[in-house]
Design a protein around this ligand. Sequence first.
Ligand SMILES: C[S@@+](CC[C@H](N)C(=O)[O-])C[C@H]1O[C@@H](n2cnc3c(N)ncnc32)[C@H](O)[C@@H]1O
Length: 253
Amino acid sequence: MAGFDATTYGERFADVYDDWYHDVTDTGSCVDAVVALAHRSAGAGNMSSVLELGVGTGRLAIPLAEAGASVTGLDASHAMLDALAAKPGGDGVRTVLGDMVDPPLGPDATFDVVLVAYNTLFNLVGEGQQERCLRRSAELLAPGGAVVIEAFVPATDAASGDSVTTRQVTADRVVLSVNRTDADGRLAMGQYIDISEQGIRLRPWQIRWATPSDLDAMATSAGLVLDERWADWDRSPFTSDAPAHISVYRKRP
Ligand SMILES: C[S@@+](CC[C@H](N)C(=O)[O-])C[C@H]1O[C@@H](n2cnc3c(N)ncnc32)[C@H](O)[C@@H]1O
């Protein structure tokens, strides 16, 4: 999308993110699953460390820190990191401003879990960016650590085209959702057009989707191997009709 860069999504959604997306997944189960993985890597008695790429407002990172992990959250958007810092518990998360394609973390920084939640890997639409992010994530793993990706499973019959729907209609506000899909390119983009008496706010987004087996192939070339795949954060087994997956990758021995 012309005019869209790594900062755009966060800058345009930070003010509504918690209102619109606070309950998109089960935070408690996510925290339990990620903490269990991180503890397994860190070993008994050691503090475990988690890096969340595209941390946003800390929907997951803050409760992860409250559960006892040492949490670093990276995001390209100042507005998202400001929203995180302003929340109760936000000061428990170390934040880093940067692009998740190549996180600006030194060679000595390693983590028990690198978490890329809620389809955030798909925000990388440039050629090779998802692969690069996975390669850098693998480099940032402590021995025994895991890269954990949460993503939707793309429909096999996705069709190209445009659509307009409504997200919200009240007496004082209309939010229109304008969507464009390029099924061959595995690209989708859109705008939430947020209209109120105060004016119009454009909230653009874009994604390049990948199937679970596409992700496995990218992970393989990043030196990772699939260890576990769940259908949800409750760690229920992944099945062919699951709408989403949580994939746990470890470094290839
Ligand atoms: C869908 S939100 C997810 C936020 C959080 N992980 C959650 O689950 O609630 C995606 C986040 O990724 C950030 N983001 C998008 N592209 C990025 C990039 N290239 N580098 C770093 N952060 C990025 C956005 O600013 C936004 O905060």
